[in-house]
Design a binder for this molecule. Structure first.
Ligand code: PEP
Ligand code: MG
Length: 571
């Protein structure tokens, strides 16, 4: 047995066989072929099996993540049937008497290079499609298995270097019981997706893909961040018990599903959820969410092979608003850049993409993209309780410009006779330290703040949130972070505005008592954290926590803060 320590990314315990998502070794030899007819048939057999697989994957994606995300697989299927690609392969086998692997590789490489060199985003994307499809066909020619996350049909734990949001979206919760990766931290997007799928996960193990092979029996302990490979019977039994305890604990939490969130001394706060897609709303309601505090709309743009149209966006936003009824839905406008890329948007290479043209900076540069989203949001606004939030705001000018565009699009729509809700609140994410410091100036103009601690901590501590080697610096209770959070809450309250928090800190059991004491109004977290948080807040006195405020804010280290909270709350 071997065990690994990683970062606990999504609660719960999973026990199942390993399924590795690594692309296999696809190297091959060049062979002289006498019977070229049979070799061409072999090529066609590999193409056919690949097509059948892709049809199934496409159907699965259509059901689980929607038509627009499934379209990428239609593009892959087109490649597999394209005579301009297949005929030169056949000719090569016939005329040069080479094996199908050589023909596939040489022709594909030629097209990939040709498309990559074109000065056109759409064509460069075709290069990526050909590359993807060629790997699949090559694996079939070589008789090696190719990972198909969407086709998993038995209970497994997925093992990968990292999972992209589109990989994660393909995972079927019924069969994928957990996952573990080499890289990533608690706030990397694979971890965030794992929590919205309610799949236990451990990320940042550094070596899991080397330590585990397909079929090994794995325990993923998403509570403690541990992974056990081929555990002995005693340990297996212990974890089966822990799994059962966790299920019982969940049943207890579920009893609070329809209760308000009120502290022991009778103060109400709002417990909201972070979502990435309309499909996540079901989990929010099942877990007793009182609002959506952060709808990360970029997931609508990722995994699709072109910009979602105004109508596609309208439908997604309307669906979330309708499902939530009169409960608030804070929709964050597009936050692309950093670790979130769009295959169809050609962003210039940057030395520091997290400090580059991301989020609102990109939207103000590409106003066409931004206006489409604003129109879709405004059109959807009459279907529920919409609030709009801009990400990565660093200056008041950015906020003013973004808001002016929103108002302009509102006027345009009204001029076109489209109904738009009145009095939509417009707020900002506070995730850049300068904004947290200057919160007083911002509070005069915005309707609300939502503190994005995932980025706020990364930028304040100068520690990449994706990098497990500096994850020790991800310190939510660091004196600097507590001072910034307090400053934002005080600034908002001084202007009669509310402050939420939608970074992962909002669902952290050590942070919750501190934030309650500092006066945070809304806590937005992964849906699965809501009921444990409600249970905890019911046992806390806000007045008592507020009485510790000065002492907490003057502490020197995060450890000191944590020890103090543990002592006071018995954790
Ligand atoms: C909620 C946040 O945004 P994201 O995690 O999407 O960057 C944050 O930065 O805290
Ligand atoms: Mg952020």
């Amino acid at each position: 047995m071997k065990n690994l320590q990683g970062i606990a990314a999504s609660n719960g315990i999973a026990i199942a066989k390993a399924y590795t998502l690594e692309v296999p070794d696809l190297s091959f030899d060049t062979i002289k072929i006498e019977d070229t007819e049979t070799e061409i048939n072999r090529l066609h057999d590999a193409l056919d099996v690949s097509k059948q697989e892709l049809e199934k994957i496409k159907e699965h994606a259509r059901v689980s993540v929607g038509d627009e995300h499934a379209e990428i697989f239609s593009a892959h299927l087109l490649v597999l049937s394209d005579p301009e690609l297949i005929s030169p392969m056949e000719d090569k086998i016939k005329n040069e008497q080479v094996n199908a692997e050589v023909a596939l590789d040489e022709v594909a490489q030629m097209f990939i290079k040709m498309f990559e060199d074109m000065d056109n985003e759409y064509m460069r994307e075709r290069a990526a499609d050909i590359k993807d499809v060629t790997e699949r066909v090559m694996a079939h020619l070589l008789g090696v298995s190719f990972p198909n996350p969407a086709l998993i049909d038995e209970e497994v734990i997925v093992i990968a270097e990292d999972l992209t949001p589109s990989d994660t979206a393909q995972l079927n919760k019924q069969f994928v019981k957990g996952f573990t990766t080499n890289i990533g931290g608690r706030t990397s997007h694979s971890a965030i997706m794992a929590r919205s799928l309610e799949i236990p996960a451990v990320v940042g193990t550094r070596t899991v893909t080397n330590d585990i092979k397909d079929g090994d029996l794995i325990i993923v302990d998403g509570i403690e961040g541990k992974v056990f490979i081929n555990p002995e019977n005693d340990l297996l039994a212990e974890y089966q018990d822990k799994q059962a305890d966790f299920a019982k604990q969940k049943e207890l939490w579920a009893k609070l599903k329809d209760e308000p969130t009120v502290s022991k001394d009778g103060v109400a706060v709002e417990l909201a959820a972070n979502i990435g897609t309309p499909a996540d709303v079901e989990g929010v309601l099942d877990n007793g969410g009182e609002a959506v505090g952060l709808y990360r709309t970029e997931f609508l743009y990722m995994g699709s092979n072109d910009f979602p149209t105004e109508d596609e966006q309208f439908n997604a936003y309307k669906s979330v608003l309708e499902q939530m009824g009169d409960k608030a839905v804070v929709v964050r406008t597009l936050d692309i850049g950093g670790d979130k890329e769009l295959s169809y948007l050609d962003l210039p290479e940057e030395m520091n993409p997290f400090l580059g043209v991301r989020a609102i900076r990109l939207c103000l540069e590409r106003k066409d993209i931004f206006r489409t989203q604003l129109r879709a949001l405004l059109r959807a606004s009459t279907y529920g309780n919409l609030k709009i939030m801009f990400p990565m705001i660093a200056t008041l000018e950015e906020f003013r410009e973004a808001k002016a565009l929103l108002l302009e699009e509102k006027d345009n729509l009204v001029g076109e006779g489209v109904e738009v809700a009145d009095g939509i609140e417009v707020g900002i994410m506070v995730e850049i330290p300068s904004t947290a410091v200057a919160a007083r100036q911002f509070a005069k103009e915005v309707d609300f703040f939502s503190i994005g601690t995932n980025d706020l901590i990364q930028y304040t501590m100068a520690a990449d949130r994706m990098n497990e080697n500096v994850s020790y610096l991800y310190q939510p209770y660091h004196p600097a972070i507590l001072a910034l959070v307090n400053n934002v809450i005080e600034a908002a309250h001084a202007e009669g505005k509310w402050t939420g928090m939608c970074g992962e800190m909002a669902g952290d059991p050590i942070a919750i008592p501190i934030l309650l004491g500092l006066g945070l109004d809304e806590f937005s977290m992964s849906a699965t954290s809501i009921l444990p948080a409600r249970t905890q807040i019911k046992e806390l006195s806000k007045e008592e926590m507020a009485s510790y405020k000065d002492e907490l804010l003057s502490m020197s280290t995060a450890d000191e803060v944590e020890a103090f909270i543990r002592e006071k709350t018995g954790q």
